[in-house]
Design a protein around this ligand. Sequence first.
Ligand code: T4K
Length: 378
Amino acid sequence: MKRFEKPILVTRPYLPPIEDFKRGCEEIWSNQWLTNNGPMLQQFQKELSQYLGVPETNLALFSNGTLALELGYYAMGLAGGDVITTPFTFVATSHALKRIGANPVFADIDPETMCLSPEAAEKLITPRTKAIVPVHVYGNVCDVEGFERLGEKYGVKIIYDAAHAFGVKGLNHVEHVEHVEKKLYEYGDMSMFSFHPTKLFHSCEGGLLLFKDAKVQEKLYELRNFAIHSETECVDVGSNAKMNELQALMGLECLKKIDDLLDYRLKIYKAYEEVFAGCDAVKLIPYSQNKAYVPVLLKDFETRERVYTELKDKCNVFSRRYFYPLLTDFAPYVYGKGSCPVAENIASRVLTLPTYYGLPLEDVKAIAENVKEIVNPI
Ligand code: T4K
């Protein structure tokens, strides 16, 4: 087994050339404007709008993904209602609901895509349900057509936690969705993308909301700035969730590199795929188009724990068990424990392997060989 001299972490952020970042800093210094809808933020917004093909009226930037979710949920009127969501995600998906006084109700996931199942969600809809929050987990696309139907049939909002899905353009990679005309973010009422440094694209910290109804933008702009409407008016209980100029600069510099970042993720995935080919004991999850994460499914909990521990202790490789434990194992959400057997099974067997721009492909192959050896000792 190969032991790496330096630790290999599950991810590392892309950092743009420091000279380019310094040039941007000089501009910020000369503007003497650091936050509150500054020129860098406006430029970032403009370039994102062009990159995504979304009008500037239908997006808003925030200081991080969690606050983007919280204010997005609030602006869509979810406070006080039940919201059906998945337990197989990062805690932020549900924390942001709880923090606005909405009640997360957990439904099970699809065993293939690991995303919320529309069939399981439909069974839990009641008159108290205000919305459904599916997560494009790992960048795997949910059954968006299925959720579209639920939204229309029951008049509930569909809000995607797309934290992992930046760079996912179409749906054609998902076999059960044949419709490829629409872009991913044209589904549902709203989608949130996280720009945390552990994501393939980042702005140090940051969050982006895309929404169907342009009228929501003004509300979101107010909410992220304390709900101040004018010098003499405060119209709601807002927050401070503004993206600052240094964050926007980092986002602009990373956006220049986005095609390479996506291409490299794919190369890494293919290197893992090559080594795991024909190895039934390690199942690579193929659905994500942006390859934001490299999740593998192992035989059972004991095997997963062994691979996780031996990679760490014997190989100096720090994989992560995203997303274990399930949300329904955490104190605020234990009321849902036992209600999602598919998610429980997946969470006990999944492991996410290192992937990031610049991770040498020979290292990727060595990590994969190590995994194979731990699973099937010679
Ligand atoms: N919804 C979903 C589905 C999400 O996954 C997330 C966040 C959100 C919503 C909320 O979005 P944000 O508010 O975060 O924008 C990480 C991230 O903190 C979190 O953003 C992410 N999901 C979650 C899945 O993973 P940890 O606790 O695993 O992070 P940490 O600090 O252990 O870092 C992971 C690895 O990355 C480590 O090996 C160290 C390395 N790293 C990390 C940072 C921050 C670096 O090398 N450099 C860095 O700057 O949560």
